[in-house]
Design a protein around this ligand. Structure first.
Ligand SMILES: Nc1ncnc(-c2cnn(Cc3cccc(F)c3)c2)c1Cl
Length: 296
């Protein structure tokens, strides 16, 4: 199915546009039904708006970071990547992947309490049905990452928390156990590696699919600042919202008088000034270079 803005997605010779997410687009290779092309745009989203202008190189940086994580995690779980030999028009920011039967659960793991999980906790002391100790504050770290799954809401709507029992009902107890185990291990491994480089990954969303043999495969993107919350470790201080590693400049400017934007108005935010765009680009490059040890 194509989204209403299908005509606005980039045309890629030899591929058919299938679907557009907020910041990524999905294409199918003409004449093949066993592969997909995942394209990361330079679009940035904040406060549930897609902002203007795009952040140069964001799509390429996050694609290359995700590819690096797939390699770091290959001993834990197989991944869906087929090739990075992609059309020039999306060079560096697209991946050819195996088409899988996607598991209908957003597999979220949380190493720290914040965001929607904190709102749920404040309301009833649980996150995705998991009872937590009392007195936890924004940004507190859990002893071990929690599996807090949610539904795959349609585009533009918010995912709804799922209890573990609901996941079992949806996919069966065996697969539910595999999803919980792998999702929490991926975040734990991510924080082992990122922690050494001064970055905390507060939470992450991963997606799995089943291949023709029924093997569980890690799909989509993994441990990027778009699928996860990245926090600078040296500023971690529970008790209030943590600064975002990559989106803090955007958020601060949009919430400052300089932008003239009133978030409560529900109106779309104004265009970001060049220095905010450049400083944000630099944060994505910094995250990539610190985590991978490579130069972008
Ligand atoms: N290997 C796979 N096999 C089948 N389906 C998918 C799949 C479908 N949707 N998504 C999420 C998404 C990824 C990028 C751009 C978007 F617009 C949406 C991923 C994958 Cl990754």
């Amino acid at each position: 199915m194509t989204t209403p803005d299908a005509q606005s997605a980039l045309a890629i010779p030899g591929f058919t546009h299938v679907y557009s997410g907020k910041v990524r687009d999905l294409y199918a290779p003409d004449g093949r039904d066993d592969q997909l092309l995942l394209v990361a745009s330079d679009r940035i989203s904040a406060f549930d708006f897609i902002l203007d202008p795009p952040i140069p190189d964001k799509g390429a940086v996050l694609t290359q970071l995700s590819l690096w994580w797939f390699d770091q995690l290959a001993d834990l779980v197989p991944h869906h990547v087929v090739s990075t030999d992609v059309p020039d028009v999306v060079a560096g920011r697209a991946v050819l992947v195996r088409r899988l039967e996607m598991v209908p659960v957003e597999c979220v793991a949380r190493a720290y309490l914040t965001g929607g999980g904190l709102r749920e906790y404040a309301a009833d002391g649980t996150v995705s049905g998991l009872a937590l100790p009392e007195g936890l504050r924004d940004g507190d770290r859990f002893a071990a990452p929690l599996f807090t799954p949610s539904t795959k809401a349609p585009m533009g709507e918010h995912d709804e928390p799922m209890t573990y029992e609901e996941v079992e009902a949806e996919v069966g107890p065996e697969l539910a156990a595999r999803l919980r185990d792998l999702t929490t291990r991926i975040l734990a491994r991510g924080n082992e590696i990122a922690g050494e480089r001064g970055i905390l990954i507060a939470d992450t969303k991963v997606e799995f699919g089943l291949d023709a043999d029924g093997t569980l495969v890690l799909a989509d993107e993994v441990l990027t600042p778009d699928s996860s919350r990245f926090w600078p470790a040296d500023q971690w201080e529970p008790g209030h919202p943590q600064p975002s590693f990559d989106k803090e400049f955007v958020r601060e400017w949009l919430l400052s008088p300089a932008s003239g934007w009133d978030r409560a108005s529900g109106k779309a935010p104004p265009r970001l000034p060049p220095e905010v765009v450049e400083r944000t680009r630099a944060k994505y490059v910094e995250a990539y270079e610190r985590l991978t040890g490579r130069t972008f």
